[in-house]
Design a protein around this ligand. Sequence first.
Ligand code: ADP
Ligand code: MG
Length: 570
Amino acid sequence: MPIRVLDPKVVSRIAAGEVVERPASVVKELVENSLDAGSSQISIEVRGGGVSLIRVMDNGVGIPPGEVELAFARYATSKVGSLEDLESISSLGFRGEALPSIATVAEVDMVTCAAGETAGTYLSLKDGVAVGRGSRGRSPGTTITVRGLFRKLPARLKFLKSPATENSHIAQVISQYALAFPEVKFTLFIEGRMALTTAGSGRLIDSVTQVHGLEVAQNMLEIKNRGWQGGAAMASPLVTGMVGSPAISRSHRGYLSLFVNRRWINSRLVARAVEEAYHGLLMLGKHPVAIINISLPPEEVDINIHPTKIEVKFSNEHIVFTAVQRAVRQVLIELVPVPKIEEVATTYTSPSPPRQVSWLSAVGGDSLTGAAPVASQTPTVSLPALRILGQLLSSYIIAEGPDGLYLIDQHAAHERVLFEKIKLQRSRQEVEVQGLLEPVTFEVNPQQEEVLKSHYENLAEFGFTIEPFGDRTYLVRAVPVLLYDQDWVGMLRELLDSLSGEDKDDWGEKVAISIACHSAVRAGQTLTNDEMRQLIRQLEQVALPHTCPHGRPTMVRLSSGQLKKEFGRS
Ligand code: ADP
Ligand code: MG
């Protein structure tokens, strides 16, 4: 279809709005255009977090010389013509908004060559207006260069995060499309470094290896859609992709890649379907690694509900949910003895609320996992002298204080102690470091790499000696003493993941919290009386003994007055 300006009737039906929120949105729109153009190779280059430069080069169908200017006109598109077309969109773009929007907030150059042309067309735009045109040698395909994004919009520039953070969002976009289009060879250069390259082999497992690394890839299983018989009236969507074994679960949802007809989407519905399939197989707070593509007739999904096209609406949510949940579950059932777990889960009925609940809630202690601090119930300046009575559930220390009974969460308390110790050592540059006998290699994904690159020094301040070892692999030579026999690889990975979207300022705090959390005594660990006594003595020394660094309470108290009341003595 040639590029044409959409009929106003069609325009009025489009979910128009701001397409360009940040550099990653420009990258997303340009890469979607390259994919719509049928490219088999797409190369992306960014500098200055995408603000100084974004260049996307493809070998797709190109734009005929007579249509190049039109591509930058508002609502001009070659992908949709009529109202009916809007009902079943099979391309990634359809509104003709991206190029004009980008051209109004940056300087844009395009060189494009359609098949059969002898030379390419060059067009240069400033403030949305063409300022130069000519012909350039080029093989078929399109190159778009975007410079000085938001230069004339200081308010928008101010809203952006550090270049490292913007780069990590860009890496995220390319990673997702690399997973959705394994047959396309993607290459991403960030600040002159090759951050990601995929083979374009057409095999999803290759893309997974290139994006998430070998460790994840070796633990992925393909979804074999062996014909689930859905509701008779409506065909069930085809679910394809790969799911990770529970062993490689992660502490956040960033490893869940969802696509509809290979469009990258956000969908709580689909995310929930996947998580439900893992029910009983993951530890609390852990999330699966999975790549899920839902193929269904375009008229059964509305992608025209949000300007950035990342939210979608399914015409039959129930069928989609069930199809995803079953497809994922089926793979997992083959992998792990699920029936056993299900048996336990269904025959186990939780006892009626134990009596403790009532008194714990009486002191606000039912919020052990909530944010409400118990500090108001307990002395705020320092801890009273506590006499240890024993340990409950291998998780709580029971102690007697001047006014009643105290329950101390051993993990939370230890976390607080270690957190303050780590911060103090760091501020005095006295961090205790343990060299590893053998350096350990550590593989990261492109997003994690962006974070790692810009924070070597911060990690070094806390005792990590990490060096690049090539090919997104790093060599760890030393770790903080506290973490020496702990799972510091898991800790580093979690830290890099949780920091992808953060700026540098609160790094120190986060690293300290993470080290404290991973080296503190766990719930479920039996402690000797001496160990408990030591922990309480240490807790007495810290500045803020009543909460852990995450803000959860370290202790709850049942006062003698409350005890009397509970027993009907007053
Ligand atoms: P949309 O993708 O919604 O159609 P855009 O503003 O992103 O709108 O692009 C306008 C038109 O320019 C597209 O419809 C397409 O015809 C053309 N175009 C943009 N980028 C490319 C590309 N990389 N290769 C070929 N054609 C392109
Ligand atoms: Mg587009």
